[in-house]
Design a protein around this ligand. Structure first.
Ligand code: GLO
Ligand code: MG
Length: 384
């Protein structure tokens, strides 16, 4: 990359009668060509991303529109953009794993660890991809077929093996097809019990592994068995080791459930069980959009970052994951833009959260003048 000009930006503001809050100082040092990315904005968070977040652009109605990018290239680019860790599906790490032995899977995972190490990146989690294989057409853990349920467990155990090789202790369960398309086709009571039993087996298979359930109310399934972070907390409590079962909250999934993502995040935080987030955005209750973080609902996005900052999210090594997808219209050369934008917006909102005037908030609360508080938030967001 040719860089000919550099730019240093220092932004801060002080409210009348208040001293300078160091957390509110933003220093940007960057080549002008990177000004869009926000890589150099200061943050207290660590960020993560999955290889699936840079994709070929196929959707339910049309084919791929961008070229595939090799895994190793993606990892190098993630680092350059400003990410700290990679999230994996089991077969992102070990493609074609169904045709490999358990030992071969471990060997392939070791090679992936080397790629991460070479690029100074960590692995955040491994998620069994239980929605692509024909054997998961009716779900994995809750399929009506015993063989399918066994296949789901095999993939889950292998995901744990892969996580161990990659040096991470988190397994994410996005329960994509655990629910029904035909309401009468499964007993929801039995379904929930099967989910809990499956998680128990994973906890017993590896005494150190942590399970993070990523709730979603629908899509691809019609009625999910585990739609919100409240469901996740309930399931956690019913497992053999609740201290190792927590949640990963995705903004778009909360919106699809008709809930406020910041409140869902707060629910998990209140239980000390929010161990991951997938920040992104969503225009209303339609298909899952995975838009860049903050581009639709800026105030909601601000409040997500605010509660994460206020509750010291990240202090136990948790990452902010950005589960965003590029618009299908993006061309190859700008296929990381949605990630750069999401990172930049998250960090800019973190800076705004650092400037949030808690004394003024208290004053408004005492007077019960919430209109004033709301206007303060709007001005904070709308002014530079
Ligand atoms: C889809 C989910 C998906 C998961 C990922 C990790 O709606 O958000 O992207 O987060 O597969 O399990
Ligand atoms: Mg997600």
């Amino acid at each position: 990359m040719k860089v000919d000009r550099w730019c240093l930006k220092i932004n801060f503001s002080v409210r009348r009668g208040h001293s300078l809050n160091l957390r509110s100082v933003v220093v940007e040092v960057c080549p002008l060509s990177l000004l869009g990315g926000g890589k150099y904005i200061m943050t207290k968070f660590k960020f993560s991303v999955g290889p699936w977040n840079v994709h070929e652009g196929a959707d339910a109605f049309g084919p791929e529109v961008r070229k595939s990018i090799a895994f190793e290239k993606k990892v190098a680019k993630f680092k350059e953009v400003g990410f700290d860790a990679v999230q994996f599906h089991d077969d992102d790490a070990v493609p074609d794993m169904n045709s490999l032995t358990d030992a071969q899977i471990r060997t392939k995972a070791k090679a992936v660890r080397k790629i991460l190490d070479k690029n100074g990146m960590a692995a955040e989690f491994v998620a069994p991809r239980l929605w692509m294989d024909p054997r998961t057409a009716d779900g994995g853990f809750t399929s009506n077929s015993k063989e399918d349920r066994e296949f789901a467990m095999w993939r889950s155990y292998r995901s744990i093996d892969i996580a161990n090789e990659l040096g991470c202790d988190k397994i994410v369960l996005w329960l994509a097809r655990e629910g029904t398309l035909c309401a009468e086709s499964k007993s929801a009571v039995e379904g929930i019990k099967r989910l809990i039993e499956s998680i128990d087996k994973m906890l017993e298979y590896d005494k150190k592994i942590k399970i993070l359930i990523e709730p979603k109310p629908n899509e691809p399934i019609d009625r999910s068995f585990c739609g919100t972070i409240g469901h996740v907390m309930g399931m956690s409590a019913a497992t053999v080791d609740p201290s190792r079962v927590g949640g990963l909250l995705e903004s778009a999934h909360a919106i699809l459930a008709g809930l406020d993502p910041a409140n869902e995040i707060s629910f998990g935080l209140a239980f000390g069980k929010l161990w991951g987030v997938h920040l992104n955005d969503q225009n209303g209750m339609k298909y899952d959009q995975d838009k860049a973080f903050g581009v639709e609902n800026l105030r909601q996005a601000f409040n997500q970052i605010r509660v994460l900052v206020e509750n010291n999210y990240g202090s136990k090594g948790e990452y902010i994951g950005l589960d965003v997808k590029a618009m299908r219209t993006q061309k190859d050369d700008v296929s990381y833009r949605h990630l750069e934008n999401s990172l930049k917006i998250a960090k800019m909102l973190e800076e705004k959260a650092g400037r949030f005037d808690y004394a003024y908030q208290r004053e408004c609360i005492e007077k019960r003048d919430y209109e004033a508080l709301e206007m303060y938030v709007m001005e904070l967001l709308m002014k530079g």
